[in-house]
Design a protein around this ligand. Structure first.
Ligand code: 5AD
Ligand code: SF4
Length: 461
């Protein structure tokens, strides 16, 4: 059948979609870019904020209209919203298929069922029920069975190290929709990474909801594999030029990982380690399990142990009870941490979470909006300072390709050249002139200018 798949949300969803596409192609289906040509329209969805879900509802509304107009096709919802809403999705919208993130291996079969006019829904067991080991194993096979040559980029690939989350931050729906945390067998991660690198994927990004809490215990005797051990296991793979990982939780960031970042030459010195707030009162209400002082200590240790380390963060503004003083503490934390960039979100109550159940969403929308804009402005200042400190340095970039939009530059590219975009090992975006043939190559550039979002450079030293 002709299948259209749209992916919303985080890198984990992008990886899930990639694996799903591999499995659907192997089952004889054809992927199409235009939903109007598809016999099956799939959405891989995100539940982390209300806004992400609204986008899906509006897509489903549009598909409902096409169905009402007599078009014959199936609609499927995959991922976090599938698990969160379950059968309700089929009641509210003309949805034919619902598949939770932990059941994606069953998708080819669910499509057959929907096509045969049967109910097609597979949800994960709730966290109260015992873990379904057989389902875990089937999901593991989906990762292991991927086609290493089918990644969206010919040079970059994601590899999952763990699934789910056990942290239960009070605002977050992830532990409910993605289930309990489970680390993959290190031998499987090594095998998958090797096959990807052999297929030319020289930049590997390890993924986990809290990637650095990875911990694998063998069933019988034998030593535990920590995240730092895993990094040491993967780093020597021949042809692996860059190893990255996202996203980290502050409480699991021991010095062993920082030492690995210092010592393993291909491990990128970039840490995305969300703080969420700079205020102890908010951190406690968010159930983040660390204090402001502990977060500051992590940033200090990172800078002391890993020269040139680049930090990035996430913040939530307008969490219940957040005062002006709490907000000021977040401003201060952005300044103190010197983040390269931060992702800033307005609090959005998620059904089923502790915060939604027990705390009133009492910060008015206009205050959330103002605090959001304020943190963005503080971060822009800090980003500019950070970027300006890079001017004059010669750095390696992995060229992603021609810039999708012309960035402000003092000159026009020479004949045969275009504006290219590349990423440094520290995840900085760099714009420079060069021939399009440099796409997917690693080259050295010298930084000549900076804005809050972008570095400008010229080729060579
Ligand atoms: N409201 C707003 N932002 C949220 N995040 C997670 N849950 C919520 C929520 N309910 C943010 C956090 C997290 C990022 C992926 O999304 O900052 O790090
Ligand atoms: Fe959500 Fe917290 Fe787990 Fe991150 S660590 S996925 S914010 S519960």
């Amino acid at each position: 059948m002709k299948i259209f798949l749209e992916t919303m949300g985080c890198q984990m969803n992008r990886l899930d979609s990639e694996l799903v596409v591999s499995a659907l192609r192997a089952a004889g289906h054809e992927m199409v870019d235009d939903s109007r040509q598809a016999q099956v329209v799939l959405f891989n969805t995100c539940s982390v904020r209300r806004q992400a879900e609204n986008k899906v509802y509006s897509r489903l509304g549009a598909e409902a209209q096409r169905k009402a107009a007599g078009k014959q096709f199936f609609v499927g919802v995959l991922g976090c919203m599938a698990q969160r809403e379950g059968a309700d999705l089929m009641k509210k919208y003309p949805v034919d298929l619902v598949c939770a993130p932990g059941q994606l291996d069953a998708l080819p079969r669910l499509i057959e069922q929907a096509a045969a006019g049967q109910a097609a829904m597979k949800l994960d067991p709730s966290r109260k029920e015992p873990r379904d080991r057989a389902a875990d194993e089937r999901l593991e096979q989906l990762d292991l069975g991927r086609d290493p040559a089918a990644t969206p980029s010919p040079v970059q690939a994601y590899v999952r190290v763990s699934r789910g989350c056990d942290k239960f931050c009070s605002y977050c729906v992830v532990p409910f929709v993605r289930g309990g945390e489970i680390s993959r067998h290190p031998a499987n991660i090594l095998d998958e990474t090797r096959r990807l690198v052999d297929a030319g994927r020289s930049e590997i990004t390890l993924l986990g909801q809290t990637v650095n809490s990875y911990r694998w215990r063998p069933a019988g005797e034998g030593a535990m594999t920590t995240f730092a051990d895993l990094l040491a296991l993967l780093s020597p793979i021949a042809g692996l030029r860059r190893l990255r990982f996202v996203t980290s939780h502050p409480i699991d960031f021991g010095d062993d990982i920082l030492h690995a970042m210092r010592d393993l030459p291909n491990l990128c010195r970039y840490i995305h380690v969300p703080a969420q707030s700079g205020s102890d009162a908010m951190l406690r209400a968010m159930n983040r399990k660390y204090t402001r002082a502990q977060y500051d200590d992590l940033a200090d240790r990172a800078r002391a142990i890993v020269p040139g380390v680049v930090l990035a963060g996430d913040f939530i503004v307008g969490f219940p009870g957040e005062t002006d003083a709490d907000h000021a503490a977040s401003q201060d934390l952005i300044r103190r941490s010197g983040y390269k960039n931060s992702f800033i979100f307005k609090y959005s109550p998620r059904p089923g979470t502790a915060a939604a159940k027990t705390l009133k969403d009492d910060v008015p929308t206009h205050v959330k909006r103002a605090r959001n804009a304020d943190l963005l402005a503080v971060q822009a200042e800090v980003s500019l300072t950070h970027h300006q400190s890079c001017i004059g340095q010669t750095v390696e970039v992995l060229v992603e390709g021609p810039s999708p939009r012309a960035n402000k530059q003092p000159h026009r590219p020479a004949a045969g050249e275009v504006q290219l975009i590349g990423r440094t090992r520290g995840d900085h975006i760099v714009v420079f002139d060069g021939p399009p043939s440099l796409t997917h190559q690693y080259i050295d550039v010298t930084i000549t200018g900076a804005t809050a979002l972008t570095l400008f450079a010229k080729k060579g030293i």
